[in-house]
Design a protein around this ligand. Structure first.
Ligand code: ZN
Length: 259
């Protein structure tokens, strides 16, 4: 088995015995990569435990057989503390990114641009003002969709291409199945549409085109950010068969409990 080294962070771990587990990493060179961590759960293990939300360098034994590679060593390159005001939100939004990547990235396919972009995102989650956390998450989420080829069409009709400025009502209709807005002429009775207010649409277009830096200067209210996050989740569930994102459900409960 060849031995390899790459930068990585943990997406998810599965325990399969008292002492061992499989860790799904996002690596710079191989994309999403599951590795067996033999003895990694044992307290006596010599190797440091690969912590979540930590930029690591990992050394591993590669294998041609799927899921047969295993972890040899890990070293911390840098980490984020998420201790600023709003710590739980910072952690939940960062974990949500890991969950999205786990569900959306194919195995063993490098995505170096997404890898670098996500490290930058964790840095923003660690430092931006609390009120801007939802907008930074949404900017990340929109960009991630685009980078993976799931860019929702928000500036015109996804079917006929008519620009959104010529859409007649003050409420646009978004079709998760068609992958974007659909004008009144192109709508088909019985299909599912989500109504979007002009205010939500303008915000979504700004976030989709913006950077993490520009989002970090933008405060969005909780209800608007919830609506836009839900829109993207429904869109991805339809387009990419996305599973449940626990961190976002956790955040929703947190907000309802008014923490
Ligand atoms: Zn149309």
């Amino acid at each position: 088995m060849p031995i390899k080294k790459t930068e990585a962070f943990v997406l998810r771990s599965f325990n399969w015995s008292e002492s061992s587990r499989t860790i799904s990493f996002f690596t710079r060179d191989e994309g999403r990569l599951p590795l067996n961590d033999r003895g990694g759960r044992s307290l006596k293990g010599k190797r440091g435990r690969p912590l979540n939300l930590t930029h690591l360098e990992i050394t591993y034994y590669d294998s041609d057989k799927p899921t047969a590679g295993h972890l040899s060593e890990t070293q911390v390159l840098s980490n984020w503390t998420f201790t600023k005001d709003g710590s739980l939100g910072r952690l939940a939004f960062s974990s949500a990114a890991c969950e999205l990547l786990y569900h959306l990235l194919p195995e063993n396919e490098p995505h170096r641009d997404i890898f670098s972009y996500t490290l930058k995102y964790f840095g923003s989650m660690d430092t931006v003002e609390r009120d801007c956390l939802p907008s930074v998450f949404l900017a990340y989420f929109f960009r991630l969709c685009s980078m993976l080829g799931y860019r929702p069409v928000l500036t015109g009709c996804a079917i006929c291409g008519r620009s959104v400025k010529s859409l007649e009502s003050d409420r646009a209709s978004f079709s998760p199945d068609r992958g974007g807005l659909v004008c009144a002429t192109c709508q088909v009775p019985g299909e599912r549409y989500i109504g979007l207010s002009t205010e939500d649409l303008v915000r979504a277009v700004t976030l989709q085109a913006g950077s993490l830096e520009s989002a970090a200067a933008e405060e969005i209210g909780f209800s608007q950010s919830s609506r836009l996050i839900d829109l993207l989740l429904v869109f991805l569930k339809t387009q990419a068969d996305l599973g449940k994102i626990n961190s976002l459900e956790f955040l929703e409960k947190l907000k309802q409990a008014n923490v």
